[in-house]
Every structure is written in structure tokens, then in C-alpha cells.
Design a protein around this ligand. Structure first.
Ligand SMILES: *Cc1c(COP(=O)(O)O)cnc(C)c1O
Length: 529
């Protein structure tokens, strides 16, 4: 490797001490020095080829790609320093509602790192990847048992990709019946990806308001239903953290006009082993394995948004999909060694790829993010059925403990038992002291907790959406509640609001301009320097 030279950080920007506190970390482009590399291949015996011999001139770039040129030392230092400056699920509680940021057991990473799983090329011949195919088929069976559905695809690489897949499945179903329907219903409390997916899937969104109890307004729903409705996308428990009380009536009403029910199961934490979308009447469910089943997420990491469907949609699923083809009886033990058939032959499953009869085709190259699937199966096997149910029970208990403890200090717009998350609000605090949900979130960072989700769901004024998850202990929940109480009390003191407005004061960066990144799409540094 190119060793770290004394002027390692380019342009005299070298720093001897690790960059902590509020020092700015240079970008990789600022660390770049022309000709510096992180690799050397001097000792290989591979003959050099001229570029002309490999790629015809017409297909080659005229200008080199504008990439940062850095040594391995600079690169590792840069990312290690950055990794010390961020908050993570391994560092502390991360009560970010709607996104389930729970601690992910390390054993799942160990499994995903096994060379027999991690080192396999997705195009490897079927005979050499029987174990991988068996893993995916087993995961499909388990998730179908958890959701009450008939079959699943693992191609979608995230929740939103699963939503689009589900909508394309709905369309294929209606098309197969010679029906063209144009509208999909979505409650106003839905996750933002739902309407986006509906639009991308070529449908129109009809928004259904929530009633005063935070559930789908049944009268509005009935009013919006006709034979132009392809289906409804629902989250249950909904995005207010509440279980839809009329779920059976909703399912009946939608099915009555020939529509399908889509379940946004991005967060299954509240219902694992307790209730199943299939039993509630749903036809399509997507799950976010990267939220509920042990793959760390956020920051654009790999995900998996498998889509499980009821019997009538199986023939439309994306393909090819792994399947158990047959069980074959193979001789075992000494008999096998002698090549003789044996009475004691054990059944051995054979796996392969199948393409469903009226498949919508591929929705992802290869087979999605396969190692996320390995983590999910490890997580499920480690927990077992009773363990998964305990996940749900504890997630719900933790959220309700916070709801009861904090009501009085914060508003609880829907004060009845919640599911895995509780929506609080800072409306009264804002009225009385000027403290807003955003201030609470920023102050909480100073207390060593990640901020909850704020200003979502949109139907709640000054919303603070708190999802403690099952992985936090009673001690941590108490500390979180006390921090939230301290922040509220402080706001009433003299200068209290000024303190809150200055927060966060202890993090690597203070308050940032929340909108600038979305508005200034052109980077302000010169990547060619
Ligand atoms: C996170 C989430 C999604 C989107 O999932 P991605 O993997 O981020 O695409 C959809 N619906 C709900 C309810 C979610 O919480």
C-alpha cells in the first residue's frame, strides 16, 4: 500500500490529533492529492494490457473520472473519524418513530459473514448453491407463517421498492380480470412512501381522513369506494401507533367493490406472533427486514423489502424465485459408501429457480440483497416463535410505559393504549413556553439520546413520535423519560428557551439548515481539485 507520507493529508491539511469535537472533517476530495492511491499491484505476475486492447476507444472515457485520490491510511482515518462522530444503535437508545431503530444482535452479522454465504456469486450454478436456496425458501415459509400469506418474493431491496412491487402485482391482478382501475386509497396518516409508490405505479391517490380516534374514518372510506378503486394501502398499527379498530369492516368494504388490501408491514414489531395481516383480510404485505429483522439500517445501507401475497396473487410474483422442487431419497452412511440402495435412505430436498406463470418479471437484478435475508433467518431462528412474540409484547409495553409516564408533561393526542410507538406532541409546551418539537429533539441529543421523529405524522401538530423498541431496558426508558421531563421543565425557566434554541451544544455539528441540502443540490466543493 502507499504508505502514509508525512504530508499525508493533502495541501498541508494534515492534523496530528483525531478530529473530534466541532473540528470539521475534510471531505475526501479535500484530502485528495494527484497520483496518490490506496493500492499497488507491483508484485503480481499478471501481464499489463494496453487499454486499447481491452475496450475499444469509442467506449472509453476521454477524461478520467473525478474521484478522490487518497492513500489507504487517509481513507481509513477519514471514515473512522466520521464513525466516531455519529450516533448509532450500538451507542445508545434511538427512539426514532416509524423507522424501528433497534439494536441488532451481532450473531446475525456473524452468520451473514460466513464465507459459504457471503462469498457466493449470484450466478453460481444451482447445484452449488443448494444451501442458499434452502435458506431463502425457509425464510419465505417462516415469513408466510408470520404474516398469514401464501408466498413471498425477496427481490425488492427496500420497503418502497416492495410497495411498488405490490402495486404492480395489484395491477397485474386487475388486468388479468380485464379491469382497469385507476385509484388507490391511502389514509392521511400514511408513511410518505405510500403515495409516492402509488403515483410511480401509475395510480391516483385518494386520501382518506382519520377520525378523532386516529383511525380510518369509515364514512369517508365508504364514500370513496367504487369499482374504480384498485385497492387500499394501510399500515396497521397505523402511523399514529394505533391499531385500526375497524380492520375487518375495512377489508370487507374494499373487497366488496373488488379492490385489494395492501399492508405496509415495514414495522412488524408490534404484531409479531400476535396477529397476522393474512387473517385480517390483506392480499399483499411488504416487510422491511432491515427494520424488524436484524439488519442495521439508515444512511442508505442495504435493505430487503420482501412482498408476501395471498393465494390469488402468487402467479404474478416476480421471478425467477427459489423453490423446493422435490425431495429425493439419498442413501446414507456405509450403504452410501458402497453405492448400494438402502432402506434407511433419508429424504434430501432439491432446490431450483421457478418463474411464476404470469410473473410481472424482475424487479431487481439477481436476487436482492441476499445477506439481509441471511441475517433475518438467523434472527428468527435465534428467537423462535415464542421469542418473536416476546419482541412484540415488549415493544408494545415499552411504548405504553413511556406514554403513561410522559402524559401530562407532553400532550398525548390519542390517549389510549398504543402499539410499538407513541405519538406525543409539544403543542401545549409551545403555547405556554415557546418550546417546539424541534427544540425538544435537538436538546435530547445533548442528553445522549437520538431524537425521536418530529412533525410526523403530519396530522398531529408539533408531533414527537417515540418508538423505544423492545431492545431498551427499563433503566434506559426511565433515563429517556427523565431527559424529556427535564427539557420540558427547563423551558419554563428564565432563559430556558434560549438554552433550547442553542441546542445541540455537545455534538460535532450544531443546528444545521434543515432545508439547504434539499435546496442546494450542487455541491459547494470543487471535486476536480
Ligand atoms: C420505513 C418505512 C417505509 C419505507 O421503507 P424503505 O426501506 O425506507 O424504503 C414504508 N412504510 C413505513 C411505514 C415505513 O416505516
Amino acid at each position: 500500500m502507499s504508505g502514509a507520507s508525512p504530508d499525508s493529508a493533502a495541501g498541508g491539511r494534515a492534523r496530528s490529533a483525531p478530529l473530534m469535537g466541532r473540528d470539521t472533517e475534510p471531505t475526501l476530495f479535500e484530502l485528495s492529492a494527484p497520483g496518490r492511491t490506496s493500492w499497488q499491484l507491483r508484485t503480481t505476475g499478471v501481464p499489463e494490457w494496453a487499454a486499447d486492447e481491452l475496450v475499444p476507444a469509442g467506449h472509453r472515457r476521454q477524461e478520467p473520472v473525478a474521484l478522490a485520490e487518497v492513500s489507504e491510511r487517509d481513507l481509513v482515518g477519514h471514515f473512522t473519524r466520521l464513525s466516531h462522530r455519529q450516533f448509532s444503535v450500538d451507542l445508545g437508545a434511538y427512539p426514532l418513530g416509524s423507522c424501528t431503530m433497534k439494536y441488532n444482535p451481532k450473531v446475525c452479522d456473524t452468520v451473514a459473514g460466513l464465507p459459504g454465504l457471503a462469498g457466493v456469486h449470484p450466478a453460481a450454478p444451482v447445484s452449488t448453491i443448494q444451501g442458499w436456496l434452502a435458506l431463502v425458501v425457509e425464510l419465505e415459509e417462516v415469513l408466510c407463517a408470520v404474516t398469514g400469506m401464501a408466498a413471498a418474493t425477496f427481490q425488492p431491496a427496500a420497503g418502497a421498492a416492495g410497495e411498488l412491487t405490490g402495486l404492480l402485482l395489484m395491477r397485474a391482478y386487475h388486468d388479468s380480470r380485464g379491469e382497469s382501475r385507476r385509484r388507490v386509497l391511502i389514509p392521511d396518516s400514511a408513511h410518505g412512501t405510500n403515495p409516492a409508490s402509488v403515483t410511480l405505479g401509475g395510480y391516483e391517490v385518494t386520501t382518506i381522513p382519520s377520525d378523532e380516534r386516529g383511525c380510518v374514518d369509515m364514512e369517508a372510506l365508504r364514500g370513496a369506494l367504487d369499482t374504480d378503486v384498485a385497492g387500499i394501502m394501510l399500515t396497521n398499527p397505523n402511523t399514529l401507533g394505533l391499531f385500526e379498530e375497524d380492520i375487518e369492516a375495512i377489508a370487507d368494504a374494499v373487497h366488496q367493490v373488488g379492490g385489494l388490501l395492501y399492508y405496509d408491514g415495514a414495522n412488524l414489531n408490534a404484531i409479531l406472533g400476535v396477529v397476522r395481516p393474512g387473517d385480517m383480510g390483506f392480499d399483499v404485505v411488504h416487510l422491511n427486514l432491515h427494520k424488524t429483522f436484524a439488519t442495521p439500517h439508515g444512511g442508505g445501507g442495504p435493505g430487503a423489502g420482501p412482498v408476501a401475497v395471498s393465494e390469488r396473487l402468487v402467479e404474478f410474483l416476480p421471478g425467477p424465485r427459489p423453490a423446493r422442487l422435490a425431495s429425493r431419497h439419498e442413501p446414507e452412511g456405509p450403504a452410501a459408501a458402497e453405492g448400494a440402495a438402502s432402506e434407511a435412505a433419508a429424504p434430501v430436498d432439491r432446490y431450483g429457480w421457478v418463474v411464476p406463470a404470469r410473473s410481472i418479471g424482475r424487479v431487481h437484478s439477481w436476487h436482492g440483497n441476499a445477506l439481509v435475508l441471511a441475517r433475518a433467518l438467523a434472527y428468527i431462528r435465534v428467537h423462535g416463535g415464542d421469542g418473536l412474540r416476546r419482541v412484540a409484547e415488549r415493544a408494545v409495553l415499552n411504548a405504553n410505559w413511556l406514554r403513561v409516564r410522559l402524559s401530562g408533561t407532553y400532550d398525548v393526542p390519542f390517549d389510549r393504549p398504543c402499539m410499538h410507538e407513541v405519538v406525543l406532541a409539544a403543542s401545549s409546551l409551545k403555547r405556554q413556553t415557546g418550546l417546539r418539537a424541534l427544540d425538544v429533539a435537538k436538546r435530547l441529543l445533548e442528553e445522549g439520546f437520538h431524537a425521536p421523529t418530529v412533525y410526523f405524522p403530519l396530522v398531529v401538530d408539533e408531533a414527537l413520535m417515540v418508538e423505544p423498541t423492545e431492545t431498551e431496558s427499563p433503566q434506559t426508558l426511565l433515563a429517556l423519560a427523565e431527559a424529556l421531563e427535564r427539557i420540558a421543565a427547563e423551558a419554563a425557566e428564565e432563559d430556558g428557551l434560549a438554552v433550547a434554541h442553542a441546542a445541540p451544544r455537545t455534538t460535532p455539528v450544531g443546528r444545521v439548515d434543515e432545508a439547504r441540502a434539499a435546496r442546494t443540490l450542487v455541491p459547494t466543493f470543487d471535486s476536480r481539485k
